[in-house]
Unconditional design. Structure first.
Ligand SMILES: [Zn+2]
Length: 286
């Protein structure tokens, strides 16, 4: 909270506030010149598999490089928390903070989900989103944020003194432990800040606090990704349901989410470049 105390405001405060915003990371260099290849290859997609994630639960799944996958709303409005790891090294995982710095607070078609250092490469590219129409509402909210981390039992304990075991953080921990046959403790260290799929969020205009509101997602809506490398995906059906009231409890109405997997034999994908790790030397010296 910012302290509003006239006694500590310097005389030149106004002039100090007059600097113009400068985009921290100009992204011309990031423009995916091959996005059209992906978009046109979509016509050759063939569904090969699907997986239903029950309410208030999570599942991990394999996503081979070069395939498309969709997270679909079924039965009712439901928010999902998505984690991504490299199949070959769990320490290469989705980097929510850097993705936010590059693409903004909420993702949409054409944006990519970047991996952690020292890899820092695209894990997936978003190739279609039926909620792109939502844009930004008058509260400054939009969908699919990379600002809200994930609901977790530690914050729930801090704020309400309740032990709740079905937050997205715990759901993802259990799912990764089961998928990799490792302990909850080992798995928890790899669970990371998520893409809040279908969640509608923003920062309040006055206090700039993180807020959520009812997700506009409806059955039939989906967000679609192209896998740039071999991935393990983890998806939690948030106990907040559509996140119109509260999370970290059993109170909200919750629904499953469907994950659909598509192979694609389009020759256009042969022209699509491989996602390679950063070429930085990793020397950290002159
Ligand atoms: Zn959640």
């Amino acid at each position: 909270m910012k302290i509003d105390n006239p006694k500590i405001i310097p005389k030149d405060a106004e002039s100090r506030r007059k600097g113009s915003p400068v985009i921290c990371y100009p992204t011309h260099a990031l423009t995916n010149k091959n996005l059209e290849l992906l978009i046109s290859a979509r016509s050759a997609m063939k569904k090969v598999k699907e997986l239903l994630i029950p309410p208030r639960d999570a599942t991990c799944f394999e996503i081979p490089a070069g395939c498309f996958f969709r997270i679909c709303s079924v039965d009712g409005p439901q928010v999902g928390d998505l984690n991504l790891w490299s199949t070959h090294d769990l320490s290469e995982k989705f980097y929510s903070g850097k993705t936010r710095a590059l693409h903004g607070t909420h993702l949409s078609t054409g944006d990519r989900m970047w991996s952690t250092f020292p890899f820092m490469r695209p894990l997936v590219t978003i190739t279609h989103d039926t909620l792109d129409w939502y844009g930004w509402d008058t509260d400054g909210a939009s969908v699919h944020d990379v600002i809200g981390t994930r609901c977790d039992p530690y914050t729930a304990k801090l704020l309400t003194n309740i032990d709740y075991h079905y937050c997205c953080h715990s759901n993802l921990t259990r799912a990764l432990a089961k998928y990799c046959n490792i302990s909850y403790g080992e798995a928890e260290a790899f669970v990371h800040d998520v893409l809040n799929v279908f969640m509608c969020t923003g920062f309040t205009h006055d206090t700039h606090q993180y807020f959520m509101k009812a997700s506009p997602v409806r059955p039939g809506d989906y967000i679609e990704f192209y896998a740039e490398i071999d991935l393990i995906g983890g998806l939690s059906t948030c106990p907040g349901g559509d996140c119109s009231t509260e999370h970290s409890s059993d109170k909200a109405e919750c629904y499953p989410l469907l994950v659909e997997f598509f192979s694609c034999q389009s020759p256009k994908l042969d022209l699509y470049p491989n996602s390679l790790p950063s070429e930085y030397s990793i020397s950290h010296k002159d």
